[in-house]
Design a protein around this ligand. Structure first.
Ligand code: HEM
Length: 424
């Protein structure tokens, strides 16, 4: 790699050809190296073509991809869904054919099928259901922090960040408490593919996806026969143009919700705790004026942490973008991580600053296209309520170790991170 090393060991890239975003090893590098690489791409080659260099057993190595690193381009691609399709997959790597059925949810559909499905799913997000979920967020967060508060020292991810999003999704879907751990393990495997801890093994991925898919289908069929007060029942009975979700469609939607709503929010909460520990002045300001600043803080945490690092599209025809022609069939990766640090929109983008005037414009939940995160408001709520409970019950909580990061180009995950506080 032709990268000059600076005094503090962050490489100043001399040539962008040396930046290998298609190599999984790139994603294990320290975050300041990642930032330096994306800053170089934004300024010198905002639309660059990269090779795919990581081999996953059983999955063909892909043909390479265009990489969009500027805010403006990421938004433009996101909003031109008629030219940039989601149907061939939304992550950089090739999708193993054996898993297509399990991951074939709305996020990999194009309009008009996507729009129809989204309409149907939105029927489950009624004001009554949202109110119930709000209540579940508060009750669950209160209880979780209370349980952890006696420990004085523990793993933040395990005891604070991970359980809340999982429990809330499980409450929404009507999953019994005894099955939550199993759902948690399946989602870890699905989003951890590539990280040595969860295995590069395709069979492990297929087993997890199939396990969850079969579980969800059984749950859907149960609620079709015996509806209850949960979104599984609403979804199984809702109709759009006279059609209902099949058990298989519900199965892949369940996987989407469990994966999309769980790991993302968990990592936002974990990055939030780290950032607030590193910035005691901002933490103090937030604690003193929570009702006014908590939404801005939640958005700034998601901007800085970018729990979803990228989304991918495939060009349906030749498209001209800022002077570069993207060919029909080419893969295009939108780096949300980088768009969220684009100096044109976020001066000093690596700096965490809850007082930024434009925290809400960040691209963390998507760039405003048709697939914009369906759970964005719920996630914002969960992040706000979790820190509210932490400030109430363990106000001196601090992160005391470096994060043990997930090795992934897709999820900016933290697997483990110690914290300490005065025990109750
Ligand atoms: C901090 C937490 C979260 C982040 C960062 C996040 C991020 C994202 C992103 C980047 C997308 C794709 C947007 C695009 O293609 O432009 C997405 C889609 C989606 N998210 Fe989230 N998400 C979060 C939490 C949640 C939660 C809590 C739920 C569910 C309860 C959820 C459900 C979904 C669904 C269903 C989609 C697909 C929407 C569609 O295809 O129309 N997400 N999310």
């Amino acid at each position: 790699m032709t990268a000059a090393r600076t005094g503090n060991h962050v490489p100043a890239y001399r040539t962008v050809d040396d930046i290998q975003l298609g190599d999984l090893e790139f994603w294990a590098k320290p975050l300041d190296e990642r930032d330096a690489a994306f800053a170089a791409l934004r300024s010198r080659m905002p639309l660059a073509f990269h090779q795919e260099l990581t081999e996953v057993p059983g999955v063909p190595v892909g043909p390479g991809f265009w990489s969009a690193s500027r805010y403006e381009d990421v938004r433009a691609i996101n909003r031109q869904a008629s030219a940039f399709s989601s149907a061939a997959g939304i992550t950089l790597g090739e999708q193993p054919p054996e898993t297509l059925e399990f991951f074939g949810s709305m996020i990999v559909l194009d309009d008009p099928r996507h729009a129809k499905m989204r309409l149907l799913v939105q029927k489950a997000f009624t004001p009554k259901m949202v109110a119930q979920v709000e209540q579940s967020v508060r009750t669950r967060a209160q209880r979780l922090v209370e349980q952890a508060s006696v420990m004085g020292e523990c793993d933040f991810v395990e005891h604070f960040a991970a359980p809340l999003p999982l429990q809330v999704i499980c409450d929404m879907l009507g999953v019994p408490a005894d099955d939550e751990k199993q759902i948690f393990d399946w989602t870890n495997v699905i989003l951890g593919v590539g990280d040595p801890e969860f295995g590069l093994d395709l069979d492990v991925l297929i087993n997890a996806a199939m396990g969850m898919f079969t579980y969800a289908q059984a749950l859907g069929e149960d609620r079709l026969a015996k509806p209850r007060e949960d979104i599984t029942s609403t979804l199984m009975h809702a109709e759009v143009e006279g059609q209902r979700l099949t058990a298989a469609e519900f199965g892949s939607f369940f996987i989407l919700l469990a994966v999309a709503g769980n790991e993302t929010t968990r990592n936002a909460i974990a990055w939030g705790a780290k950032l607030l520990t590193e910035h005691p002045d901002q933490r103090r300001a937030l604690q003193q004026n929570y009702s006014e600043l908590s939404l801005k803080a939640a958005d700034e945490i998601v901007r800085w942490g970018s729990p979803v690092i990228h989304m991918r599209r495939t060009a349906l025809r030749d498209v001209e973008l800022n002077g570069t022609t993207i060919g029909e069939g080419d893969k295009v990766v939108m780096w949300y991580w980088s768009a969220n640090r684009d100096e044109a929109v976020y001066p000093d983008g690596n700096k965490f600053d809850i007082m930024r005037p434009n925290t809400a414009e960040m691209i963390g939940y998507g760039g405003g296209g048709p697939h914009f995160c369906l759970g964005a408001n719920l996630a914002r709520r969960e992040i706000q309520v979790m820190f509210d409970e932490i400030f109430r019950q363990v106000p001196d909580l601090e992160i005391t170790s470096e994060p043990d990061r997930l090795k992934s180009a897709f999820i900016n995950g933290i697997k483990r991170m110690r914290c300490s506080f005065t025990a109750k």
